[in-house]
Design a protein around this ligand. Structure first.
Ligand code: APR
Length: 314
């Protein structure tokens, strides 16, 4: 069989999508197709990224397009298309706009890349995963949402800053829904093998948890226009790389639960093994009473989002 490089399509060439494309190409994960309804944006950014290859020394091809035919046969498709949060746009408006965008993207993905693993990034994440799964009708192994890596990398960053240590030696697990109902698990956070709970007082840990929980809002306020994109893109790339290189990394991702943690039919952030088939395994861990309460609350928030979809006829 002739050698075929991995193919990754990124839908949406905005801040997150274009940054994903740049990082994927730079890391040589595979050839990248960047698709947007705005053809000029997709083509211009793809060409700009391709022109970094001579300096960054990578061989990946990068193509910009508005035509899904160019994405055909992708191994991984990342969906970042959608409208960002804007002043004056209600939560329901955003839910409705992005549900339509994600549904239309997924119909095309299903047609052109029926074997792909699809990673959803568009917010509100847990609801968009639900819409994507319904449209794609792919097995749950091939529909995932990016959330937990970003939430936990924010928490890890704040822990490293607080302790003045390398973030490389800070491990953390964040579960539950994306955003302010996320459930950081300090009991499962380690700094060079030492439990975080032995290094910081509970009140300090709670302050860092709170900052991570509001991590997205902090950046939105600073930027004034738009939302975070470097860390979200880097988190997507970690998931895509683990799948495309069959690394079997254990990463917190939004996955469709089928009874794990006592939840069925909802996308919730849980520790996942990601490999060549996509979701290889959901790692079920025991929750203590406080973690259970926080997790159940978070699952309730995800359920409320899904109920909102039904209420709005989406
Ligand atoms: N098909 C393809 N692309 C689309 C479509 C569509 N139907 N609708 C919108 N887009 C494109 C826009 O043209 C734009 O280029 O999606 C892109 C979105 O980019 P940005 O507005 O820059 O948003 P970004 O910051 O990249 O965030 C994208 O990721 O983290 C989440 O909350 C964030 O939901 C948001 C998404």
């Amino acid at each position: 069989m002739p050698f075929r490089r991995k193919k990754i399509s990124v839908i949406g060439s905005g801040q997150v999508g274009a940054t994903c494309a740049l990082m994927l190409a730079s890391r040589g994960v595979g050839d990248v197709v960047l698709l947007d309804i705005n053809l000029g944006s997709a083509k211009g950014k793809a060409l700009d990224i391709l022109q970094t290859a001579a300096v960054q020394l990578f061989d990946s091809q990068v193509q910009g397009t508005a035509d899904y035919a160019d994405t055909a046969g992708s191994d991984v498709v990342v969906v970042t298309a959608g409208s960002p949060r804007r002043p004056g746009l209600t939560r329901d408006d955003l839910l409705s706009i992005n549900a339509h965008v994600v549904a239309s993207c997924c119909r095309e993905i299903k047609k052109h890349s029926p074997q792909a693993v699809v990673i959803i990034v568009t917010n509100p994440l847990d609801a968009m995963c639900f819409v994507a799964k319904r449209e794609l009708d792919f097995p749950r192994e091939r529909v995932l949402g990016m959330a937990g890596i970003l939430d936990s990398s924010r928490f890890r960053t704040f822990v490293a800053l607080e302790l003045g240590v390398s973030v490389r030696d800070v491990q953390a697990l964040v579960m539950g829904g994306h955003g302010d109902s996320m459930v950081p698990m300090p009991r499962h956070c380690f700094v060079g093998g030492v439990p975080l709970t032995e290094l910081l007082e509970p009140a300090r840990i709670e302050a860092l948890v709170e900052r991570a929980r509001r991590g997205g809002d902090e950046i939105v306020k600073l930027l004034e226009t738009g939302s975070a994109f470097y860390a979200p893109a880097a988190s997507v790339v970690q998931m895509a790389e683990s799948i495309l290189r069959d690394q079997r990394r254990v990463l917190p991702c939004a996955a469709l639960l089928e009874g794990e943690f006592g939840v069925s039919g909802l996308f919730v952030g849980v520790p996942c093994v990601l490999g060549g088939r996509g979701l290889e395994k959901v790692c079920e861990i025991k929750l203590d009473a406080a973690e259970r309460t926080a997790f159940d609350y978070s699952v309730g928030r995800v359920q409320a989002l899904v109920d909102d979809l039904a209420r709005l006829g989406l």
